[in-house]
Design a protein around this ligand. Structure first.
Ligand code: GSF
Length: 209
């Protein structure tokens, strides 16, 4: 077995990093990537991570020639072009735009959840802005409701970039907001999530394990 040729800046709690890790598992490429764990927040940057990645966010993927790819969408697209199995991002046609738009909705839920986490956990209490937190929560609620009402069949049809994104978004809500009660409002989404959570790729990347 050859040594890993790429290095992924990683933190187990990051839902965006988890997307990349799940895609690596699902496409049989985990051993191509060495994981470099860092402790990161917007107010505690990492100088090594910032090289070639000025926004200083994870995930970032350093290739063997030193090129740095970011963000999770670009990294997933790159890795999906590197394996011989069925693509997890449709290459062309209407399916490509439907699945990428669904994946973007998942990213938007993750963004709102991560920003809520920063506001409620990192920001000093006296500086927190309740209306802003509530607006992020509304984005999450609208996103979950849209998935429940319109996208369950599509999600269940294939475990691709869209399904991976939604699964990682739900996993992050469970990790950071365990009392959010999203399952009561979205029972079909909850059933779907219970099933996909059993996949080896989801089990291997479960941040609560
Ligand atoms: C979002 C990455 C992100 O917010 C992507 O990769 O798709 N659009 C990007 N990463 C967070 C960590 S997280 O997933 O909780 C991050 O790097 N935060 C540090 C910062 O400075 O914002």
């Amino acid at each position: 077995m050859s040594a890993p040729s790429m290095m992924l800046f990683h933190s187990p709690a990051s839902p965006f990093v988890r997307k990349v890790m799940v895609l690596l598992h699902e496409t049989g490429q985990s051993e191509r990537v060495a994981v470099h764990s860092i402790n990161l927040s917007p107010v505690t940057p990492d100088a090594d991570l910032n090289q070639g990645n000025p926004a200083g966010k994870i995930p970032a993927l350093r290739l063997d020639d030193g090129t740095v790819l970011h963000d999770s969408r670009v990294i997933c697209e790159y890795l999906d072009l590197q394996h011989v199995g069925n693509p997890l991002i449709p290459r062309e046609g209407p399916a490509r735009w439907r699945r990428l738009t669904l994946a973007s909705l998942a990213d938007a839920i993750m963004d709102a959840a991560v920003l809520t986490r920063y506001e409620t956990f990192l920001r000093p209490t006296d500086k927190q802005w309740d209306s802003w937190i509530e607006a992020q929560q509304d984005k999450i609620r609208r996103g979950l409701s849209n998935l429940e009402q319109e996208h369950i069949a599509e999600l269940a049809s294939v475990f691709d970039i869209a399904a991976i994104g939604v699964a990682c978004a739900l996993g992050y809500l469970d990790l950071r907001f365990p009392d959010s009660g999203w399952r009561e409002q979205q029972p079909k989404l909850a059933d779907w999530y219970a099933q996909v959570s059993q996949r080896p790729s989801m089990q291997a990347t479960d941040p609560s394990r």
